[in-house]
Write a protein that binds this ligand. Structure first.
Ligand SMILES: Cc1ncc(COP(=O)(O)O)c(C=O)c1O
Length: 426
């Protein structure tokens, strides 16, 4: 469906129903469990926090439980999906999701762990170039991770950690201001680590432009794609990104604390980088010969440490099978329209009673809208939950809502906006 200008939207409930009937990917909703609150199907708008469970996940996990019971150690070779090469299945699907070549992505660990493992390799401070650049409102775990890396190398976060702030009176960063920073200070920066989509404001950064600009000044560029993977189209290889990490429990619907992903650009595949090693990063040809010297797999899999937790990887497989089928192009087309529709409704029904923090330009956002209700966001979020509308609250004053194109409907957006309008009338 082509992107429609917001002038074609309408506040009538029937418009939402018609849009759902015309939605070519509406049937994917059936593939997910929708939670219930007070006996009603929830309007679930928090796929940016924890995605819904694909119905196929249970069978895929059960398959591994059954194979474990039936085959025990032999399952490494004889399970329906043998465990020895289990992680290799993800090469294609994960690479497609983030716009990488198959050898550039690996599914392993959790997100913060991957950020640290990649910083071991890609944060190489020197007295002339020791700074790490993040957004001022970066996710706290990212702030803690980079500050601890700086301290680990004997530098002081007070002087080596740079937090880019929006202009006075603005909520989001302007690309031109980010670029101006690198023009001025780039030669002191060792590493840039921004969130591709900021968790708080929902701002989607111009990743290619920022990557190229920072690299021109000699900086290494990594992205935290927790809120971008499965949400917006990514082309990490073509953009020349050095490395990235992402979780799979948000838009990738793989379950609480699910196994994360890591991307390393192929130009670093054989580079002489410091790296922490474990046996699953070793060339499979010699992995079981128990040789003493480490021989890395070429590519991102060299960063793998342990043999993969099959029961945790299985739901990621369930999710990626769905992404393989539907494709990011179809998801993004619906997402742009659905989020614009929700923004239209909020504007029409609530006007200046709320403040939308997220940029209006679709090129600068994914599914999420971050809104605040003058000093009342926390109470409002709780009230919405009573009405079976699930949103989330983040300090200082933000309700985050993400109409997820895989399973949210236009009618969900309509219900959210009209319920919020009803609550704010009280
Ligand atoms: C942007 C961002 N970075 C890091 C994290 C931390 O993730 P994990 O607990 O999987 O390490 C989150 C969690 O939501 C996040 O949103």
């Amino acid at each position: 469906m082509p992107d429609a200008p917001s002038t074609t939207f309408d506040t009538a409930e029937s418009w939402a129903h018609d849009a759902d009937h015309a939605d070519p990917i509406a049937h994917y909703r059936e593939r997910f469990y929708i939670p219930a609150i007070h006996g009603r199907h929830a309007v679930y708008m928090t796929g940016n926090s924890l995605g819904l469970q694909p119905k196929s996940a249970r069978d895929i996990v059960e398959q591994e439980l059954n194979d474990w019971g039936a085959h025990a150690v032999d399952g490494h070779l004889t399970a329906e999906h043998p465990w020895l090469p289990y992680h290799e299945w993800f090469r294609g699907p994960a690479a497609r999701l983030v716009g990488a070549k198959p050898g550039e992505v690996v599914m392993m660990n959790s997100l913060t762990v991957n950020l640290h493992l990649l910083m071991v390799s890609f944060y190489r401070p020197t007295p002339q170039r020791h700074k790490i650049v993040i957004e001022d409102d970066a996710f706290p775990s990212d702030s803690y991770a980079v500050a601890s890396q700086i301290a680990f190398h004997g530098y002081d976060p007070a002087t080596s950690l740079v937090r880019l702030k929006p202009r006075e009176g603005e909520r989001t960063l302007r690309t031109e201001d980010v670029e101006a920073y690198f023009e001025r200070e780039g030669e002191k920066v060792a590493l840039v680590m921004l969130g591709g989509v900021n968790y708080l404001t929902g701002q989607l950064f111009h990743m290619e432009q920022i990557t190229r600009c920072a690299q021109k000044h000699g900086c290494v560029v990594g992205w935290d794609l927790a809120h971008a993977a499965g949400n917006v189209p990514l082309r990490l290889h073509d953009w020349g990104v050095d490395w990235a990490a992402f979780c799979t429990y948000k838009y990738l619907n793989s379950g609480p604390g699910a196994i994360a992903g890591a991307f390393v650009h192929e130009r670093h595949a054989n580079a002489d980088l410091p790296r922490f090693h474990g046996w699953w990063g070793n060339d499979p040809e010699s992995r079981f010969r128990m040789v003493k010297d480490f021989a890395p797999v070429a590519g991102a899999e060299a960063w793998q440490l342990s043999n993969p937790p099959i029961l945790s990887l299985a739901p990621v497989r369930a999710s990626m099978e769905i992404f393989n089928e539907v494709g990011m192009d179809a998801l993004r087309a619906k997402s742009v329209r659905l989020t614009a529709y929700l923004e239209f409704l909020l504007g029409e029904l609530l006007g200046d009673r709320i403040d939308v923090w997220t940029p209006t330009d679709p090129e600068q956002r994914g599914a999420q809208l971050s809104i605040s209700v003058r000093g009342l966001s926390r109470q409002t979020q709780r009230a919405l939950h009573e009405d079976a509308v699930v949103t989330d609250f983040r300090e200082p004053d933000v309700i985050r809502v993400a109409p997820v194109p895989l399973y949210n409907t236009y009618h969900d957006a309509w219900t959210l906006a009209s319920t919020l309008a009803g609550r704010l009338k009280d």
